[in-house]
Design a protein around this ligand. Structure first.
Ligand SMILES: Nc1ncnc2c1ncn2[C@@H]1O[C@H](COP(=O)(O)OP(=O)(O)OP(=O)(O)O)[C@@H](O)[C@H]1O
Length: 252
């Protein structure tokens, strides 16, 4: 069981002169799913990417503010970003398995972090595929290319890959938006299972999905955090008019 949450204080992110995220403070609890919602361009993905310093890979980005995990501010200089991304994993919108076998997709991370024993790696591969509800579909083809899997299976493989390195937090950027309804339902089931162990933060444009999978919801607009609270409250009784307008489809 992981007991780690994340505490964001006054986070701002600039692309050159443009302030895409404006002094956002937000707490994320362990074993909860938080949905980040808001109209296109409001800064959800930029905010999400800053939580494991993926924005560092984009030129011209400046970040200010603090992001605390286990007593460490991840924005401090000297933070080992490889280790950080082991602790805070990311699942992207489009499934992006490595051009390797199903087995190697899972084993790669643990091996990189020092696990050499084949028996141990075999165990990790099976455990992660089981937890991603993919074992039965793949156990007879573990050494075949991951690219031969369907899109939905590839996304579940990417989730299995992300948990193989024992993260504390999993970030998901519209993880089901490229998938059909059946695969989407499987990903949502998987999120509900994984939240028993992890803190999950998900960006979604799908209001039904946010209502189904999340415990808490944060509404962003024009780079600002407008409102956050229990998902039920945000969807039934939002405080801010702009939140109400957005979730009822009046803009965005
Ligand atoms: N690499 C970049 N360089 C410059 N500006 C960027 C970059 N990425 C995003 N932006 C700008 O930052 C703002 C926030 O973008 P971001 O992608 O975070 O929003 P979003 O809410 O996730 O949007 P969407 O829902 O469409 O994915 C937008 O105005 C966008 O144009």
């Amino acid at each position: 069981m992981q007991n780690t949450g994340l505490s964001v204080k006054n986070l701002s992110v600039f692309y050159g002169e443009k302030e895409a995220v404006k002094s956002v403070s937000l707490e994320f609890s362990p074993r909860q799913v938080t949905a980040l919602i808001g109209p296109s361009g409001c800064g959800k993905s930029t905010f999400l990417r800053s939580l494991n310093r993926m924005n560092d890979t984009i030129g011209g980005v400046k970040t200010t503010g603090e992001i605390w995990i286990d007593g460490h501010n991840i924005n401090d200089s000297g933070v080992d970003v490889v280790l950080l991304r082991q602790q805070i994993g990311m699942v992207w919108q489009r499934p992006n398995p490595f051009h390797k076998s199903i087995y190697e997709n899972i084993a790669f991370g643990p091996r990189y972090h020092g696990i050499r024993s084949k028996r141990e790696l075999d165990g990790i591969v099976e455990d992660c595929l089981r937890r991603a509800a993919l074992w039965e579909e793949t156990k007879d083809r573990l050494h075949k290319s991951a690219l031969a899997l369907s899109g939905g299976q590839q996304q579940r493989l990417c989730i299995a890959r992300s948990i193989a390195v024992k993260p504390k937090i999993i970030l998901m950027d519209e993880p089901a938006s490229a998938l059909d309804p059946v695969s989407t339902a499987k990903i949502e089931e998987l999120i509900s299972e994984l939240k028993k162990e992890y803190c999950i933060i998900i960006v979604t444009h799908n209001m039904h999905q946010a209502a189904r999978v999340s415990d808490r919801t944060a509404f962003f607009y024009m780079g600002k955090l407008i409102e956050t609270g229990e998902t039920d409250q945000i969807f039934t009784n939002p405080v801010e008019k702009s939140t109400d307008d957005y979730i009822s489809g009046r803009f965005g």
